[in-house]
Ligand binder design. Structure first.
Ligand code: PGA
Length: 288
């Protein structure tokens, strides 16, 4: 945590002292008033899992188990091949759909890619961009992530921009610097005017490992991200931005994350694949 520049350090200190009360008030207001500002978001990232038939049985099981989820927003990001099936069975339930990636062009000779328009047509409201698996396995760069964010916003999709450091980077005390650079490059020239974007802090070492960040670590980094967003945009945008934690979130630990001032939800991989487990997470959030 020591590599943060002095000005960031000052901002963070100010943020931690002054803003949490405002943040709590904003969130309370969102929950009570039913508006969208900082409404808790639970996003399921199914990655490359499930056939369409499995998605269908998941939704049949999940819906009755999830109970009342009207105070929070629940999004399922399945493989592309499950989108139409889920669009049909989730219609009218309030549960939204998201893609796990997109390409920035609308159409054309881009074999194997999917456009923002196609995702919207398949019922998506959200799209995950810059997940660490795409950064690491597919070699996705910050420049391309930036183009994808722009294309998603242009098409009216809400990007969920993922950032996070590796274990090596954390051990070298570079976590904040890495996250800051991913945000700076990923959001370069992106205007927030009248647009929604969600950020997800996902430390790479916590993804799929069963070793989650502590809720204090998540809060600390997410407060830092919020302070950086205030620096590159403004306070109103930073205060209204939803920032999720991701990495080995489950039914047992979700409440602790959500209870933190700056954590507005979670991006969940493994624990979102079973209907009872995702429903347990949704119920736990409702009870916080
Ligand atoms: P996990 O994955 O919950 O299985 O750790 C999170 C993610 O990759 O978004």
């Amino acid at each position: 945590m020591s590599l943060v520049s002095l000005s960031d350090g000052l901002l963070l200190t100010k943020q931690m002292v002054l803003i949490p009360h405002l943040v709590a008030a904003v969130r309370k207001k969102a929950l009570e008033g039913g508006n969208d500002l900082r409404q808790i978001l639970i996003a399921a990232n199914w990655k490359m899992n499930k056939l369409a038939s499995e998605a269908l049985s998941f939704s049949r099981d999940f819906l009755p188990m999830a109970g009342d989820h009207t105070n929070i927003e629940v999004v399922i990001c399945p493989p592309f091949t499950c989108l139409y099936t889920l669009q049909n069975c989730l219609n009218g339930t309030g549960i939204r759909l998201g893609g796990q990636n997109l390409f920035w062009e609308e159409k054309g000779a881009f074999t194997g890619e999917i456009s923002p328009l196609m995702l919207a047509d398949a019922g998506c409201t959200y799209v995950i961009i810059g997940h660490s698996e795409r950064r690491q396995i597919m070699g996705e760069s910050d420049v391309n992530i930036n183009r994808k964010i722009g294309a998603a916003l242009e098409s009216g999709l809400i990007p969920i921009l993922c950032v996070g450091e590796t274990l090596q980077e954390r051990e070298k005390n570079m976590a904040r610097e890495i996250v800051k650079e991913q945000l700076r490059k990923g959001l370069q020239d992106i205007s927030m005017a009248n647009r929604q974007i969600v950020l997800a802090y996902e430390p790479v070492w916590a993804i799929g490992t069963g070793v989650n960040a502590s809720n204090d670590d998540a809060q600390e980094m997410i407060a830092f991200i919020r302070s950086y967003m205030e620096k590159i945009y403004d306070k109103a945008i930073a205060d209204s931005l939803r920032i999720l934690y991701g990495g080995s979130v489950n039914e047992g630990n979700i409440a602790d994350f959500i209870a933190k001032e700056d954590v507005d939800g979670a991006l969940i991989g493994g624990a979102s694949l079973q209907a009872d487990s995702l429903a347990g997470i949704v119920r736990a959030v409702q009870n916080v």
